[in-house]
Write a protein that binds this ligand. Sequence first.
Ligand code: ADP
Ligand code: ZN
Length: 599
Amino acid sequence: MPQPLDVLQTVFGYPNFRGAQAEIIDHVIAGGDALVLMPTGGGKSLCYQIPALCREGVAVVVSPLIALMQDQVSALRQLGVKAAALNSSLGYGEQTEIERQMRAGQLDIVYVAPERLMTEGFLTQLERCRLALFAIDEAHCVSQWGHDFRPEYLRLATLHERFPEVPRLALTATADGPTRREILEKLKLEQGRQFVAGFDRPNIRYRVTAKTSARTQLLAFLKSEHAGDSGIVYRLSRKNVDEAAAWLCDQGIDALPYHAGLDKAVRAANQDRFLNEDGVVMVATIAFGMGIDKPDVRFVAHLDLPKSLEAYYQETGRAGRDGLPADAWMIYGLQDVARLRQMLATSEVSEAKRRLEHGKLDSLLGYCETTRCRRQVILDYFGDASEPCGNCDTCLEPVESFDGMVAAQKALSCVYRTGQVFGVGHLIDVLRGSDNERIRKLGHDRLPTFGIGSEFDKDEWRSVFRQLVAAGLLRVDVEGHGGLALTEGCRPVLRGETPIRLRRDQAKRKAPARTERRRAILAEAGDEALFEALRALRRDLSRQQGVPPYVIFHDATLVEMARHKPRNSSQLARLSGVGQVKLESYGTAFLEIIGRFTE
Ligand code: ADP
Ligand code: ZN
């Protein structure tokens, strides 16, 4: 039997296993069942791909997204692994040919959608094959409470009755305690082992900024830090997706829209371009992302608040799977907070569910408004203790907080005195004692709160109001004119009984040194010109073969090439990501480019 470490090095070209990979792989090779929980980018695929190559027979991988199976298969074939995908896009002839190859033991790995796997016809076929293992990817799809529920997944429970000898491996990146128990129960995996890796994604830099002008801020972020990079921009509504994508295109950015309202063919084509080309920005609703295995997504930008911290972590987790520097960047403002609070208040759900959702929203807003290390806040939420990370905005530029009692009282009483119907713009004018006609007409210049807030400028007051809404002391009438009103919760603050600390937003502080932030990945590579030349070669090769560039080599491998400048194939083979088959296929071409830069 081939040894796992040998396979890792010769086939995949990686020097060592990461985290629990070795342990998981040994367990499965020995025939054990397991549930593997690892963050996105943690390296789940190898946990079944290597046992698939070490054990006899074919491994059957259940994956919910047919559209994405082909990329996984292409990537494996590039490594010399005999892989295929069975899905509805195949003709009858192609399908029976794959089934024949499975029976003949000519395939290492077959990807299959759950509904196909569980057909009687296919199960009968499987009984005639030698099976290495079953891998159930995105296993949280079995959970009825999660948002990715797939009824077909429930039927996978019967696999072990039918194939008791075949080890089963369930994998997911998103499972809190209850979901995890549900997976174990629904898939009948209680007897198996659980491997739970830490949740941290150290290469992702988390940043959250107050929203002033979404478009301008996004454009500045893209241009100064991610020119030419692939990334995802999340928006809440379809309309906003279309607008933002069109606008970015006008600004010279290669952006595409993606949401459930688009024609299926358009959606598929856009997804295809995102996966198959370098440097496409996908502007999308959350309909986009599950199962996207693109390793070189360099940023995930949120222009609207996500639904919860779990959702945020899952969405941002799509950045930087390759381990290279990546950004999770979000902007939000008062309106966003108000909208979420309102949606919750008016949604027709049970009281228990509402309380749960409230808790989730509070955690999310707490994350946005925190003055602590953002990563600590996230990891705390998932139950992992950690130290301040040094790679988030609050660590890099600590945020000041101040005793907000007086500011809060001024703001709240201004809301009260003006009758709890005015929006934040007017309230700020009153607080700052602005001389305008509207104020005079309403007689608001005669209120005791008129002009008592000149110590803050407009942005600072905006920040105070946003934080008061986030903390649930004020609510916003979203359907009406955006008027602010007091909530029950504000009483103790008004009476001065509970202290309140506010953060000092730093919108106006100097932007972090732009040159230093400019395309972190180029900084990693050292030799910018060589890195770009290697990328160009990779792009040509990928076009010739009709596969995504990262299937040829990951960015991480190109970075290594640019950094170490190998002179011959034995030096090249030592780099991470260069396995035997890739060395044979591409070694000469890449060495030639490197040679030109080292002369
Ligand atoms: P997941 O499915 O957990 O999101 P993947 O299996 O796609 O993650 O792996 C993420 C990235 O890490 C991939 O680019 C993969 O090639 C790489 N990777 C996985 N294991 C190793 C390893 N032991 N050494 C180096 N790179 C690895
Ligand atoms: Zn931090």
